[in-house]
Design a binder for this molecule. Structure first.
Ligand code: C2E
Ligand code: MG
Ligand code: MG
Length: 420
């Protein structure tokens, strides 16, 4: 990453320029003439740049101009000159060719603290120009650049936290509907950064996916969960199963299976103690690779759960073809269960199908006694939600598990529990 040592003392603008329809020129005239055309374009750009501008070709038909001591206005004046200058056709081996650029402008420091984030903001703006105003320009939008910058900052902070062991796993109990006893727990990642604060999983998991760190998080949570099971066993806390969330990317990688196998051996765990939660995007991936990985996980004896069922585009026929042991009905259906006949119909159908396919059906997001009663009446197997407990640290879960709970009679004592 290029870091600017003293932000604020040195304004400048980055203009990213992408030639429109260069491929057509290459196709029509061939690569040799295409190169000549690029040289002619560069020559013309050079005449528009002052001596302290930095002009470079950054890729095939992309050029970058860095304008020192510039505001957005200076950069706009420059790109308008480019647009004007490109009105005159270029002479390439006797052909008069018109050229135009789509351009994106980012300005330091408004659009980013360093070269990397400025270039990425300028690129977003340039793509927008390509879409909306081909041959024109766009200024980097501060909201978009904040988002791009956010991703960069969060991505590297996450890498740092992960390497320093600063992520945590919390555990949320799952309750057997018939007995009211604990069925297992779901492990959920937590990230409390010393300066960025508490970052929601929905946000950092997305960042991890975008920045190629999701597999590292998966390996980390599998290891941590397995180690935790042995600790609870040692301390006499009965937690039958721990479910770990894995993202789609994991299942395209064959090394996942020996990794899980290795962990079970290392911690001397029966495979039934571990469940892997997959999302519908894994289910949608029909590739042989993914199918092989899924069935190998099942062959190990580890549980395979379909998370957030009903939110994606998975088909029922696919449900029967996957080696699943469990379906988790998404919280959105449970939220509306009491008042929405459609949500009730879907929930009833999924419970029926799950039971008939020999899978355990879990419902997520159970928050009220009324939902609990309804789900019991519908013969749902397992319930998870704030009504019973919020996700909590391993130590808090231990204390929770040691307390007597009779969810069949009363649930009110847990209503105020906090997710720390
Ligand atoms: P999920 O796997 O569906 O997890 C359930 C989410 O619902 C958790 O949110 C949990 O705190 C929340 N929840 C549970 N009961 C209730 C309830 O009664 N009411 C409400 N409103 N919410 C409830 P959380 O922990 O914020 O996690 C969000 C999502 O982030 C997870 O959804 C999962 O998809 C993902 N995630 C979390 N940890 C990991 C991880 O280690 N790896 C991966 N790949 N994804 C993770
Ligand atoms: Mg889950
Ligand atoms: Mg879920």
């Amino acid at each position: 990453m290029i870091t600017i040592s003293q932000p604020g003392d040195n304004r400048f603008a980055v203009v990213l320029m992408d030639l429109d329809r260069f491929r057509d020129i290459n196709d029509a005239l061939g690569h040799v003439q295409g190169d000549t055309f690029l040289k002619a374009v560069a020559e013309r750009l050079k005449t528009l740049c002052r001596s302290n501008y930095v002009l470079s070709r950054s890729g095939g038909d992309d050029f970058v101009v860095v304008i020192p001591n510039a505001t957005a206005e200076t950069a706009v004046a420059f790109v308008k000159n480019v647009i004007d200058a490109m009105q005159r056709p270029l002479n390439v081996a006797g052909n008069h060719l018109a050229a135009s650029f789509s351009m994106g402008i980012a300005v330091f420091p408004e659009n980013g603290p360093d070269g990397e984030s400025l270039v990425s903001c300028a690129e977003i703006a340039m793509r927008q120009a390509k879409k909306d105003a081909r041959g024109g320009y766009k200024l980097a939008n501060t909201t978009e650049s904040t988002e791009a910058q956010d991703r960069l900052v969060l991505g590297s902070a996450l890498r740092d936290s992960l390497s320093k062991g600063m992520l945590n796993l919390h555990y949320q109990p799952q309750i057997e509907a018939i007995t009211g006893k604990i069925y297992g727990v779901e492990a959920l990642s937590r990230w409390n950064h010393p300066t960025l604060g508490n970052i929601f999983p929905s946000r950092f998991i997305a960042v991890a996916e975008e920045t190629g760190q999701i597999e590292a998080i998966g390996r980390w949570s599998l290891e941590k969960a397995c180690r935790q099971i042995t600790r609870w066993d040692r301390d006499g806390v009965r937690i039958p199963v721990v479910a770990v969330n894995l993202s789609a990317g994991h299942f395209r990688n064959r090394s996942l299976v020996p990794m899980i196998d290795g962990l079970l051996k290392k911690y001397n765990l029966a495979p039934e103690r571990l469940t892997v939660e997959i999302t519908e995007s894994v289910m949608m991936d029909e590739s042989e690779e993914t199918m092989n990985v899924l069935s190998s996980i099942r062959k190990l004896g580890v549980g395979l759960s379909m998370d957030d069922f009903g939110t994606g585009f998975s088909s029922l026929s696919r449900l029967t073809r996957l080696p699943l042991t469990e379906i988790k009905i998404d919280r959105s259906f449970i939220m509306n269960l009491e008042h929405d006949a459609n949500a009730q119909a879907v929930t009833t159908a999924v419970i029926g199908i799950g039971n008939r396919l020999g899978m355990t059906v879990v419902t997520e997001g159970v928050e009220t006694e009324a939902q609990y009663s309804l789900l019991q009446a519908l013969h749902c197997d397992v319930l998870q939600g704030y009504l019973f407990a919020k996700p909590m640290s391993a130590t808090d879960l231990e204390a929770w598990a040691r307390k007597p709970h009779d969810f069949l009679k009363t649930t009110s004592e847990n209503h105020t529990q906090k997710d720390e």
